[in-house]
Design a protein around this ligand. Structure first.
Ligand code: MIC
Ligand code: SF4
Length: 645
């Protein structure tokens, strides 16, 4: 029986477990990446594990999220990460060098390798045939130390691409179409593998846009084959030596299959407040807009920016619209500056931002009250822009630029002939903003620079056999990590300080939650389905841990967040009968006993609602390794115990 591409890479890297669907496997990790908003915690964890040098082939620390320095905190974090990187064998991509996923694709990614990153959009690397997966910071720390990364052996979905995109339809529209069909939970426990004749019509940046936003499907990752187009891209990056020809076997067997005819794709938008709330541009109509933001790890490549520059050339941004553009990397920005496209953007009135995440993570450029913002980004969760009632629509760069000029949502197909933007034969290469680490022999000369806002990992304790406490919060379906642990310019500087950032935990849903949870001492959260979708931020588990949350009971979890809860020693329970969700109200007194035995044996666990008398059956389905992690009090304690052994 033939293998899919993802299966081939997984098998090449298998170090623990067997290939059985839904069973846990451990894979060897070749490369890791971190960004600054998750990086400080990841490196504190790496230091706590105590391995002197990273054991991966390549580990890179990027500074791209917390680049607004309105106080000392972010600058201190950058210095801390830089010093850890230098000492412990990690390459350091300095602020200004670009967004982690864009730079990694350009300068480090390699077909057939495994990459985990403490950022959910790490699957961008799937655009060049890498098996690239988003993970919690602690998982990345363990992988840097040479430990395996564990995932449930996923189902593999074949997306058969046929046809060719028509002018002005974009890769963004392809992934929005996939999101429309599969929804934000359609990818959980699955790898999305793109095949078919349509693959050859897509460039590497286009493929990367598609794999990047596979994160919004909840997928473990997404991947394209590595072919002659990949080779061309790597050659242009001066890195053809890492290329290999990779694809699925002809007789590969997939768990699910869907076909997308690229020629039928029209410009689409994800409407507020979910990436799967898809409508066509023509269906929405000429809606008046207030803001346009172009950039993010989804759509900030050289080709994207050149299309935008072409649309803006010789025009003026509509007087009622604010347009900002953040090219994805120093390489992209430098090339735009050199060939004059940057002039066209500036001349049209675009506000050029540094090469970083910027508005995508609410680091500035929040829209006006109730403002309609078109963004080429990948997430439009409520409040993420920094404006609570902001209405964010996710669109392609072509739609964004055309609309910025017109002042209303505009189908770029009305612009006439589309320009041919060829892939450059060679990209401008200058890695002067990537600092290599110091040689191992000299590592003792490097001092770790830890600013006052950088506080240690929260206290954990081994699992108790009985938990008796109140339900401190009950929430609904599709709760995102932006609900649990909001981001934005005001809160992100607290990423290195769990006690402080915890004061903002769940405040989007309930202002009083942090105080209430703290005063209860210990408590349980109840949620609906797809709980914890979105970001990889382990802060969405560490803040609840600090606030005393012992169990989260839901109808279902998103993958990375569930792992982060386990890593933090918080029990992830699911209802055996989803209808039992109704049997717990906020404030109810809950109790469960014989936990250690039940966890070990995998038996259902009965949660007794002492307020109503109801008995609620829950499952805590864990692999043997996850059971040990939970019983030890989390992955940090577990790893330390393993190392002592
Ligand atoms: C995001 O897009 O939500 C982020 C910010 O990149 C996160 C990481 C974080 O919260 O630091 C992600 O996607 O994992
Ligand atoms: Fe940065 Fe936005 Fe990409 Fe997250 S989604 S890595 S915040 S650009």
């Amino acid at each position: 029986m033939g293998l899919t591409l993802a299966e081939k890479i997984l098998r090449d890297h298998l170090v623990d477990g067997e290939f059985e669907k839904n069973k846990e496997i451990g894979i060897k990790i070749d490369q890791t990446l971190t960004q600054d908003a998750t990086g400080t915690m990841a490196y504190l964890e790496f230091l706590a594990i105590g391995i002197p040098r990273v054991k991966t082939e390549r580990s890179v620390a990027y500074i791209d999220h917390n680049t607004l320095q309105s106080g000392f905190e972010n600058a201190d974090d950058h210095r801390f990460i830089g010093s850890v990187a230098k000492k412990h064998g990690i390459y350091f991509s300095r602020p200004g060098n670009g967004i982690c996923h864009q730079v990694h694709l350009e300068r480090f990614g390699a077909p057939g390798k495994t990459l985990i990153g403490s950022d959910s959009h790490t699957p961008t690397g799937g655009g060049i045939g890498m098996l690239a997966i988003g993970a919690g910071g602690l998982d990345v720390a363990v992988a840097m130390g040479g430990g395996a990364y564990y995932i449930t052996y996923p189902k593999i979905v074949k997306v058969n691409l046929i046809g060719k995109l028509t002018p002005w339809s974009a890769a963004k529209d392809v992934i929005l179409e996939v999101l429309k069909r599969l929804t934000v939970k359609g990818g959980v426990g699955k790898i999305i593998e793109y095949t078919g004749p349509g693959v050859k019509t897509l460039s590497v940046p286009e493929r990367a846009t598609i794999t990047n936003m596979g994160a919004e499907l909840g997928a473990t990752t997404s991947i394209f084959p590595s072919d002659e187009i990949t080779l061309e891209f790597l050659k242009a990056q001066g890195r053809e030596d890492v290329w290999q020809n990779l694809s699925a076997d002809n007789d590969a067997v997939y768990d699910e299959e869907l076909t997308i005819d690229l020629s039928q794709i029209t410009p689409l938008a994800a409407c507020p407040h979910s990436p799967d709330n898809i409508k066509s541009i023509s269906e929405i109509g000429a809606m008046k807009i207030d803001q346009v933001c172009i950039g993010s790890c989804t759509n900030s490549s050289y080709q994207d920016m050149m299309k935008v520059a072409h649309i803006l050339k010789g025009k003026t941004v509509h007087p009622d619209v604010s347009l900002s553009i953040a090219p994805g990397s120093k390489q992209v920005l430098g090339m735009l500056a050199e060939n004059g496209a940057l002039y066209d953007m500036i001349d049209a009135g675009a506000r050029i931002l540094e090469s970083a995440c910027g508005p995508c993570i609410g680091m500035g450029q929040s829209p006006n009250s109730g403002g309609i913002s078109l963004r080429t980004f990948n997430r439009n969760f409520e409040g993420r822009s920094g404006t609570k009632d902001g209405q964010v629509y996710l669109v392609s760069p072509e739609v964004a630029a055309a609309s910025a000029i017109a002042g209303v949502l505009t189908d770029p197909k009305t612009l006439g002939e589309m320009p041919e933007i060829p892939m450059p034969e060679s990209f401008k290469i200058n890695d002067n903003m990537i600092e290599p680490p110091i040689e191992e022999a000299n590592m003792d000369s490097v001092e770790i620079l830890q600013g006052p806002n950088i506080k240690p990992y929260p206290k954990t304790s081994p699992l108790s056999d009985k938990i008796e406490c109140k339900c401190s919060l009950k929430v609904g379906d599709n709760i995102t990590t932006d609900h649990i642990m909001p981001a934005g310019a005001k809160i992100l500087p607290l990423r290195s300080n769990i006690p402080k950032i915890s004061e903002h935990c769940f405040t989007v849903c309930d202002e009083e939650f942090p105080k209430r949870a703290l005063s209860l001492g210990s408590s349980i959260i109840v949620g609906g389905s797809n709980y914890g979708q979105g970001s990889s931020r382990e802060h969405a588990a560490l803040a609840p841990l600090y606030l005393g949350v012992k169990i989260v009971i839901t109808k279902s979890f998103a993958r990375i967040h569930r792992s982060n809860l386990i890593n933090a020693g918080i029990l992830p329970f699911t209802f055996v009968n989803e209808a039992d969700y109704e049997k717990i109200s906020q404030g109810d007194e809950l109790m469960c006993e014989n936990l250690i035995d039940s966890i070990k044996s995998g038996k259902n666990i009965t949660v007794i609602n002492k307020t109503t008398g109801d008995k609620i059956e829950c499952i805590c389905d864990l692999s043997d390794r996850a059971k040990d992690i939970i019983i030890s009090g989390g992955l940090l304690d577990y790893t330390r115990e393993q190392l002592l052994k």
